[in-house]
Design a protein around this ligand. Structure first.
Ligand code: PMP
Length: 312
């Protein structure tokens, strides 16, 4: 079964660089037990390093990859440093010098044990992406109509919601398909208690009376690397108070601003939820400020957070 899916000519699999078209696996693999990471490397401004691209929070993503592996009973036979070298090598071989998305994947090797596999594949595909961030980026301000999904976010007593396993994304896929079918741009999950959880591939933050609020990890959210960074810099550097607490669905309707945050979605402003317009101004001023500052951090222009960047 070919698992090539992007136009990068090269990727790294099981210890060596190969052509992406040769990244093949048995169709009998129990891929539903697999895990992955979503990581981004941005073109840097001022960071002193060997190249123009810097990976955002490599160590945090590697730590989560290990946690997800532990939860799902998988083993990673490579050190963090070996995986970094592998990532660097495939980005360089592909001649990528604009923003790159990196998606390490680990899954059981077919025939090495049902549910309790003993050997595992590891693949690092990379591909280019277009950012929503940056001054005068028209995509940032596009209108986005979201709905609260009729699918609840998977509950942590059924699947490990806080880890990044593929199985969780069946839940996201159903919610995204529903939203698309009904003409919305995206979906927001409630958790099994009926409180706001997150988006289908990003965490959620709302602004109420100048304060940023975001649901806790116990609301069945993925333990997001971006959310963690935002929780630090929003109050400390930007001066907006931030509270981690349960959010009721109606609070979204009453918010001044709502946005998603995550590696993929970066900062994604939301125009309306269930067709109720959010706030008076879109995109909201606090969302915009956060997005601008995040872009500065990613470009290496914020001295204080340079240690979040790893040069390629
Ligand atoms: N929730 C879900 C379901 C996600 O897929 C993602 C993207 N990885 C996030 C939240 C945001 O996590 P991170 O900031 O680590 O990308």
């Amino acid at each position: 079964m070919s698992i090539a899916f992007n136009d990068a000519k090269y990727c790294w699999m099981d210890g060596k660089i190969i052509e992406t078209k040769d990244a093949v696996d048995s169709a009998m693999s129990e891929i539903y037990l697999g895990i992955f990471e979503g990581i981004k490397a941005y073109v840097g401004g001022n960071v002193v390093g060997s190249g123009p691209l810097n990976i955002f929070r490599w160590k945090s993503h590697m730590a989560r990859l290990r946690r997800s592996a532990t939860v799902c009973g998988l083993k990673i036979d490579y050190t963090e440093d070996q995986l970094l070298q592998a990532t660097r090598e495939s980005i360089k071989l592909n001649n990528f010098n604009t923003n790159v998305y990196i998606q390490p994947r680990v899954w059981p090797k077919a025939g090495t044990g049902r549910y309790l596999a003993k050997e595992f594949h590891i693949l690092i595909p990379v591909w280019n992406f277009k950012t929503l961030l940056g001054k005068d980026n028209a995509r940032f301000s596009e209108k986005r109509r979201f709905m609260v999904s009729s699918w609840r976010r998977i509950s942590s007593d059924a699947l490990p919601a806080q880890a990044k396993c593929w199985a969780n994304y069946a839940n996201s896929g159903l919610a995204a398909r529903e939203a698309n079918r009904l003409g919305y741009d995206g979906a927001i999950f409630l958790d099994n208690r009926g409180f706001v959880s997150e988006g289908t591939g990003a965490c959620i933050m709302a602004v109420r009376n100048g304060k940023v609020v975001t649901p806790p990890v116990t609301a069945s959210i993925l333990e997001s690397v971006t959310r963690d960074a935002f929780m630090k810099f929003i109050p400390e550097d930007l001066g907006f108070p931030l509270e981690v607490r349960d959010i009721a669905r109606v609070e979204l309707y009453a918010s001044d601003e709502v946005f998603l945050c995550g590696t993929g979605g970066e900062v994604t402003p939301i125009t309306s939820v269930d067709d109720i317009p959010i706030g008076d101004k879109y995109p909201g001023p606090i969302t915009t400020r956060i997005a601008e500052y995040y872009a500065e951090i990613l470009a290496g222009n914020v001295e204080k957070h340079r240690d979040w960047l790893t040069p390629i």
